[in-house]
Design a protein. Structure first.
Length: 94
């Protein structure tokens, strides 16, 4: 795989970054999201979250936040909402 990527001009550094990104996205599929209340959720710390965050170059807190919150922009305003577990679970899997 690396030889094929090198043949099309992708440097070893860029290849490593590409594989880290891909691995981080794959780890997101193992992140556990659990309901806190009917209208909010949280991400289980450690394990898959820690692996995904490290590979994506994020802190666990930052990754957990983007997986459980949604920003909506309209009429020049920006609002942020906590997502229910069903929404966060779906978002973590995509």
């Amino acid at each position: 795989m690396r030889a094929a990527l090198a043949d099309i001009g992708i440097s070893p550094d860029h290849q490593s970054a590409l594989f880290a990104l891909l691995a981080g996205v794959l780890w997101l599929g193992n992140v556990a999201v659990e309901a806190v209340t009917d209208d909010s959720s949280r991400v289980a710390r450690g394990g898959a979250l820690a692996a995904a965050a490290e590979l994506l170059g994020l802190s666990e807190d930052a990754l957990a936040h983007v997986l459980t919150h949604k920003k909506v922009r309209g009429l020049g305003l920006l609002a942020e909402f906590r997502q229910p577990c069903a929404c966060a679970c779906t978002r973590a899997r995509t």
